[in-house]
Ligand binder design. Sequence first.
Ligand SMILES: NC(=O)c1ccc[n+]([C@@H]2O[C@H](COP(=O)([O-])OP(=O)(O)OC[C@H]3O[C@@H](n4cnc5c(N)ncnc54)[C@H](OP(=O)(O)O)[C@@H]3O)[C@@H](O)[C@H]2O)c1
Length: 333
Amino acid sequence: MDKSNKVKWGILGCGKIAHKFASDLSLSESGVLYACASRNGDQAREFGIKHKASTHFNNYLSLAECKEVDVIYIATPHSFHHEHALLCLANKKHVLCEKPMGLNEIQVLSMIAAATKNKVFLMEAVWTSFLPAIIQVKQMINEGEIGDIRHIKADFGFRTIFDAQSRLFNPNLAGGSLLDIGIYPLFISLILSGYPSYVQSIAHLAATGVDDECTILLQFSSGATASLYSTLTCDTDTICEIYGTKGKITIPTRFHEQDHFYLQLNGKDRVEIKSGKKGLGYYHEIEHTNACIQNNITESNIMTHSLSLQLVRLMDEIRKQCGLVYPSERLGH
Ligand SMILES: NC(=O)c1ccc[n+]([C@@H]2O[C@H](COP(=O)([O-])OP(=O)(O)OC[C@H]3O[C@@H](n4cnc5c(N)ncnc54)[C@H](OP(=O)(O)O)[C@@H]3O)[C@@H](O)[C@H]2O)c1
């Protein structure tokens, strides 16, 4: 691709997160919203007008087939990521897919295989990985600033009224706290401490059978541990604390979208470190995706395929321990 040209984006599914993403895309220096698609023509038109798209479609296939579009952001419920990503990849579109990339490891493996076969970019939209604060925390820890990590504590929770049909509680949309928000505490422990050697989890299941609470204990080969919690039943602090032998790092609420953090070395005063962020924070993953596409890179070196596979393997194991199987998985998908 000619680097002087802006990357042309398509957005598939015009729901809540799609609006936020489009708002940050408008800040991009290297990409532009070209098209959007909704199952509902009026919704597609309104979204397109609001976010200044060049065109809009009343179905997803037309977007996947649109010749002008380079990359498609998939912003549909969890249970459709696999199907919608495969549709776009088969049409040789680069794909940025909302988290979780797929429902299970089998789905993620087939998405990666489709991207490889079609020689296109595929990345899970874990935007947290690209936030300057998270990158800085990771770097400080790698450089031994707080010594050896011994424990990570992270939570993500909010109280929401039970609604069996909603995306959060409907098993057919792969609802539940783990896949929706528990993925963030899990992700932060994965990038800071690596894949655990031991996983123990307990969930409370809502009336629809999806987890409205999930508690996870991890242990790593170093002997260090993590305690993680996600919930749809109460408002929690949504912070991340990393305890090391020389001090502690705290990423305050809400840690997954934060622009600053605190460093407290043993016996010293707590210091605030401001890392900043642009827009709502999605800007950073957008610029990274644009740079990959402009340089013909098909896999991010930050949010790698391997990281997505590790994440989904962990969630598969946690769901197995908690007895959480989605309806489509009973049919073998
Ligand atoms: N990165 C983040 O910060 C963040 C935050 C929230 C959510 N998310 C992720 O983004 C994805 C979407 O979440 P959201 O909160 O934007 O959900 P949402 O508001 O419900 O939007 C989802 C969209 O998916 C489309 N869709 C296609 N088939 C559907 C079906 N059978 N039922 C419902 N919707 C269907 C709809 O778009 P059309 O009607 O236009 O076709 C709908 O508006 C999820 O994967 C979620 O985990 C990420």
